[in-house]
Design a protein around this ligand. Structure first.
Ligand code: FAD
Ligand code: PHB
Length: 389
């Protein structure tokens, strides 16, 4: 088989890139290791930056996001059970959209199907070849048979454990990493959210986040040891701990009940540099990971897609390779800003093992500064809503 751009990974970044390129008349094949149902069963991000929504519009898949997503013009932060609000709309005239990654991915799969796009599922053994030549190719195994795809470019959209990043020689790649000494225990519950906007809470017992997927579905998290056995966290144990960390008025309003999903995720920051090698581009989680505190993971994947889409369309339409040559530097500039914001927000909101009274006092002071300074709130809003591309 031959295509112009072979895309490895059918998560949000691979599908969005495929959808945009298709609309620009550029041919793609998407290789996804898992089944479509499996990809759609993964519960992940929930907050879309305004730029991300713009990209969904550009891809022609924003109708349901606009109809069912929840626009949020601000968010609550809390310290020691007292909350305050940051009003993005009043400060910078922007908002975010609460619409789950699962729904974005579903909309993308539906669009690719309608357009007759090629997405090959349930495969194994993806290998990338001749990336440093003008004629790269990708091989994979499906139903015991090895297949080959010749292409002009390879887009590595295969997440943090995929083969694309591994294909860059070790002496070319620089890796940056910070592992945080805690995880997030997350639950999903078919219960009305405790607040109409998100609450990020700093508490001496640890961080908590109240988020949502819809007016009837809540998504809640608490900071917990990453190796805690899940069976320690019965629903009752979760609700008791979550309630303790919320602002007092929210704790009183909290409606509890059975949870429908429960898992613990580790937190880390990671960047691979460069994001381009020969004819290979890394996109999204294949190149970088952020802790979820800033809600940046999915949004960063989408901004990478933006830069790569612009670069590839300039190449095919105008014969201009400037965007291709500078993809890594351009994408990494925005990536590092999100890495910095997510690291800062994580560091400010969580309880670290061995944390002393000095550290807690600095966190309290940081949050008091945010509560009282319009300038600090403006900087927070710009970063949370997302920097322009
Ligand atoms: P992925 O979504 O990881 O997609 C990569 C795709 O590549 C997958 O479908 C995978 O099956 C496929 N693949 C992997 N290996 C191969 C292979 N060898 N061959 C073919 N296909 C392959 N972000 C937030 O902002 N908020 C959150 O709450 C949040 N929660 C998260 C929870 C978890 C458990 C994880 C892992 C991530 C979370 N994120 C969150 C981050 C966010 O979901 C990611 O940033 C986003 O999914 C990145 O999209 P992607 O398409 O680059 O990668
Ligand atoms: C979520 O709803 O899953 C979510 C929201 C905001 C975050 C992280 C996760 O910062």
């Amino acid at each position: 088989m031959r295509t112009q751009v072979c895309i490895i990974g059918g998560g949000p970044s691979g599908l969005l890139l495929s959808q945009l390129l298709d609309r620009a008349g550029i041919d793609t094949v998407v290789l996804e290791r898992r089944s479509r149902d499996y990809v759609l069963s993964r519960i992940r991000a929930g907050v879309l930056e305004s730029g991300t929504v713009g990209m969904l519009e550009k891809a022609g898949i924003a109708t349901r996001a606009h109809a069912e997503g929840l626009p949020h013009t601000g968010t609550y932060l809390a310290v020691q059970n007292t909350g305050f609000r940051i009003d993005f709309d009043a400060l910078i005239g922007k908002q975010v959209l609460v619409y789950g990654q699962t729904e974005v991915t579903r909309d993308l799969y539906d669009a690719r199907e309608k357009a007759g796009g090629i997405v090959i599922h349930d495969l194994d053994g993806v290998e990338l070849h001749d990336l440093d030549t003008d004629a790269p190719h990708v091989t994979y195994v499906k139903d015991g048979t090895t297949h080959r795809i010749d292409c002009d470019y390879v887009a590595g959209c295969d997440g943090s454990h995929g083969p694309s990043r591994q294909a860059i020689p070790k002496d070319v790649l620089t890796e940056f990493e910070r592992v945080y000494p805690f995880g997030w225990l997350g639950v999903m519950a078919d219960l009305p959210p405790v607040s109409h906007e998100l609450i990020y809470a700093n508490h001496p017992r640890g961080f908590a986040l109240a988020s949502m997927r819809s007016p009837t579905r809540s998504r809640y998290y608490i900071q917990a040891p990453v190796d805690d056995p899940l069976d320690k966290w019965t629903d009752d144990a979760f609700w008791d701990e979550f309630r303790r960390r919320l602002p007092h008025d929210s704790a009183e309003a909290l409606i509890t009940g059975p949870t429908i999903e429960k898992s613990i995720a580790p937190l880390r920051s990671y960047v691979a540099d460069p994001m381009k090698w020969g004819r290979l581009f890394l996109v999204g989680d294949a190149a970088h990971i952020v802790p979820p505190t800033g809600a940046k993971g999915l949004n960063l994947a989408v901004s990478d897609v933006h830069y790569l889409f612009e670069a590839l369309t300039s190449h095919y339409r105008d014969g201009d390779d400037h965007g291709i040559e500078t993809y890594s530097q351009t994408a990494l500039k925005r990536v590092w800003n999100a890495i910095r914001f997510s690291w800062w927000f994580t560091t400010t909101m969580h309880r670290f093992p061995g944390q002393e009274s000095f550290d807690q006092a600095i966190q309290d002071s940081e949050l008091r500064n945010l509560q009282t300074s319009v300038n600090a709130q403006t900087v927070f809003s710009e970063n949370y809503v997302g920097m322009p591309y």
